[in-house]
Design a protein around this ligand. Structure first.
Ligand SMILES: Nc1nc2c(c(=O)[nH]1)N[C@H]1C(S)=C(S)[C@@H](COP(=O)(O)OP(=O)(O)OC[C@H]3O[C@@H](n4cnc5c(=O)[nH]c(N)nc54)[C@H](O)[C@@H]3O)O[C@H]1N2
Ligand SMILES: Nc1nc2c(c(=O)[nH]1)N[C@H]1C(S)=C(S)[C@@H](COP(=O)(O)OP(=O)(O)OC[C@H]3O[C@@H](n4cnc5c(=O)[nH]c(N)nc54)[C@H](O)[C@@H]3O)O[C@H]1N2
Ligand SMILES: [Mo]
Length: 673
């Protein structure tokens, strides 16, 4: 990675190319790199007709602006991040970032998955995407050097929210109370169950997730759970994860794990916020009262925390200090409101809620649980509750409906919709602009600029991509950090580990050779670490497993199916797991629709019915006829309709950047049962 970077001038800033055609520039490197991807070669790799690829490219480039929307088809691969980087390159080249009707939109799957990642569900982050300390960043000073002074400011505000009066500049705001992560350890949900199999993880607390159905290579989850001392499941149903010890065919007496089930009530029975794909935070009201003993998740967590603080109050261990120092002052009847206020943040000199990120200070006089949400509860107003219908400019912004993070900016990078003078490039679709008379940026949306009073004649007013050191979009994703006009440094952690320009590799299990890399070391993404546990993670080959399995959800069920397989009429629509295979393959293996087949991979085997369809067609890949089959993943042994879980077959190889599993491709064999 140290060899990827810009050529720097005497002023230590990237040297600007004379023109687009100069040699050794980002543009010339890109041209050379992508010239290998001719439509003919892409036809060989994908099995799509060259003419269709050409036509798609023509349609895409004849319309402007265009928006690219994506979800799992692009991400559930060991090249997932590289796939999305392709979108970045295309949309930057087309000028489609920050303009109305443009952009790259991640369609988040679970209704509140955006908030989950905002709030630090990913192991490498605290809330607000602030890096979790590792041994290399285990002091505030080292952390700041790595993450930049811009983010250090938000970290200090978070520590003030966590540790209250205890956090002062003199003790680095309590930074040293934080846990330190082993930076080279895989702490993802895959690493967790692997460590359980190895015997080093003894307990798991699983809330609102059903990994015993939804993780790839399920045997690993099961065997890991069997070796744990205890498992706590907090869910609205007693799902497969909670009753893993009752899996059909297993003897519960052989499994010593103690399981505690905490009954949560559903989202209908509690209030709180939800954040959608466009970062819009909306308040939901509570409906009916919780059933039986079930409680809102926040109430369960609140009770557990008070018990923990009580248990640890006399501890003299340094590692327990964080529990003793944590502030936790939520009222019983206003718990969620109090939490949202803490997240929003306070001016500690006046005790008032802050109204936006701009009010947060670097000196310990303000607090904010998560900087990106600062302002959601400001101005004496609970903005997630707003339902304003106004849409000035008729641009679909609805600025008074809920509240979008950060600072209610709906279209990120919207400065890019203006020219160098701050005027809209497309006057018919204006969204923000520099108002010279008022001396400020204005618009139908909140302008995404560092400082609204700094006009286009200042360095600040010329940076549409203010989160990068260079202030422009990154076609070439290399490290670069510099002082921004606001005097702060931004971190450079956006560099994908597998390359500054996207590259194609075959999936870890593939029936064909990577025609771009005859060198066998790069058959699949060379940065992928797989197998991690060779005795448990065999890579299947096409001799044994000749067909490609892909999987996804179905309209009639939701993810692991816990909720939907408990709804009778949905079970009437789809009541069991199945495999969809094409007619040609069906003839080859002598199978008709409705026949039972055995589907096997290097990890497991399950028996399901076959569904033979015309739409599932073989593809010609590198000159060979290749069959693909499809399965839904929403089945397990609990609920009103049951079936074997598809994920006993899938591969737990992970993308090297974000640890996304390769659900969309693995090798299987299918025979008539
Ligand atoms: N009814 C219902 N709705 C749901 C869900 C559910 O379970 N049930 N789940 C929700 C969740 S959590 C999510 S994440 C979303 C997922 O929503 P989607 O991402 O739409 O779901 P998938 O069907 O997994 O994948 C989309 C498409 O990707 C294609 N694909 C596979 N591999 C590739 C590839 O290499 N390249 C390209 N270009 N395409 C490929 C597949 O053929 C498939 O049609 O759905 C959400 N909505
Ligand atoms: N083979 C294959 N596997 C896949 C995928 C694929 O395409 N192919 N897709 C993957 C994707 S995109 C996703 S998002 C995952 C989903 O994986 P999971 O998150 O494991 O699946 P869900 O069914 O959404 O699990 C949610 C659990 O939360 C519970 N729950 C619902 N509401 C509440 C609540 O308010 N409080 C609490 N405490 N619990 C609640 C539900 O009962 C359920 O048990 O699956 C992944 N697995
Ligand atoms: Mo998802």
């Amino acid at each position: 990675m140290s060899t990827w970077g810009y050529a720097l001038g005497a002023d230590k800033k990237p040297v600007k190319a004379q023109d687009l055609f100069a040699p050794n520039t980002v543009m010339s490197r890109m041209k050379e790199h992508f010239s290998r991807y001719t439509v003919e070669r892409v036809e060989q790799i994908t099995g799509m007709k060259a003419a269709d690829i050409q036509l798609a490219a023509e349609i895409f480039t004849s319309a402007n602006p265009t928006v690219m929307m994506y979800a799992l088809g692009m991400t559930q691969h060991t090249v997932g991040v590289e796939n999305i980087r392709c979108f970045t390159v295309l949309q930057l080249l087309r000028g489609n970032i920050g303009v109305p009707g443009g952009g790259i939109d991640a369609m988040r799957g679970q209704p509140n998955v955006q908030a989950s990642t905002d709030f630090g569900i990913m192991f490498q982050y605290f809330p607000g995407y602030l890096s979790y300390p590792t041994e290399k960043t285990n002091t505030l000073e080292k952390w700041t050097k790595a993450s930049g002074t811009f983010r250090a400011k938000w970290l200090k505000n978070m520590l003030k929210a966590w540790f209250g009066d205890y956090a002062t500049p003199a003790n680095d705001y309590g930074f040293n109370l934080l846990g330190v992560r082993n930076g080279s350890h895989n702490d993802s949900i895959y690493g967790l169950f692997e460590d359980a199999v190895r015997g080093t993880v003894k307990c798991a607390y699983i809330c609102g997730q059903n990994p015993h159905v939804t993780n790839a290579n399920l045997s690993m989850v099961h065997d890991g759970m069997c070796k744990m001392d205890s498992v706590i499941v907090q869910d609205i149903f007693v799902n497969e994860t909670a009753e893993f010890w009752k899996r059909p065919g297993d003897n519960p007496a052989d499994i010593q794990t103690e399981v505690v089930f905490l009954p949560a009530c559903s989202y209908l029975e509690r209030r709180g916020t939800i954040t959608n794909s466009m970062r819009l935070i909306q308040w939901r009201m509570e409906g009916p009262k919780p059933l039986g003993d079930s409680k809102p998740d926040y109430e369960i967590n609140n009770r557990i925390w008070h018990r923990l603080q009580d248990l640890y109050k006399d501890s003299t261990e340094a590692r327990d200090e964080i529990i003793k120092r944590m502030t936790w002052n939520y009222s019983d009847d206003q718990t969620v409101e109090d939490i949202l206020k803490e997240i929003n943040g306070y001016d500690l000199t006046t005790g008032k809620l802050v109204t936006g990120i701009g009010q947060l200070k670097d000196d310990g006089t303000t607090s904010s649980g998560m900087w990106i949400y600062a302002g959601v509860y400001g101005d004496g107003q609970h903005k997630a509750q707003r339902r304003g219908q106004e849409d000035n400019g008729d641009m679909g912004i609805y600025p008074n409906f809920g509240w979008a993070w950060p600072d209610n900016i709906h279209l990120l990078y919207n400065r890019a919709s203006c020219d160098a003078n701050g005027q809209p490039v497309d006057p018919d679709h204006k969204i923000v602009w520099w108002d010279a008379a008022k001396g400020r940026w204005d618009g139908y949306d909140v302008p995404d600029v560092g400082n609204r009073s700094k006009g286009p004649d200042t360095p600040d007013g010329q940076k549409p991509f203010r989160m990068t050191g260079e202030g422009v979009g990154r076609l070439f994703a290399a490290e670069y950090s510099d002082l921004n006009p606001d005097g702060m440094t931004r971190d450079h952690s956006y560099t994908p580990v597998d390359g500054p320009l996207p590259e194609f590799y075959e999936p870890v299990e593939s029936p064909t050779k990577n025609s771009l890399h005859e060198d066998s070391r790069a058959q699949f993404n060379p940065c992928v670490i797989y197998p991690r546990m060779p005795e448990r993670q065999r890579i299947g080959t096409k001799d044994e497993f000749p067909y490609v399995l892909t999987s996804s959800g179905i309209a009639e069920h939701w993810c692991s199916g816990t909720v939907t397989r408990n709804i009778p009429w949905l079970n009437e629509l789809v009541k069991e797991n199945f495999v969809e295979i094409g007619q040609k393959l069906a003839r080859k293996i002598g199978v008709k629709s409705g026949d039972k087949v055995k589907v096997s991979s290097a990890r497991g085997e399950i028996a399901v019915k076959a569904m033979v369809t015309e739409r599932q067609q073989p593809l010609t890949i590198n000159g060979e006829e290749t069959h693909m089959v499809w399965m839904p993943y929403s089945f397990g042994f609990k609920g009103l309709s049951t079936g074997p879980s598809t994920n006993y077959l899938t591969i737990d190889a992970l993308d090297p950047n974000v640890q996304e599993q390769e659900f969309k491709a693995c090798l299987v064999n299918i025979v008539k049962a």
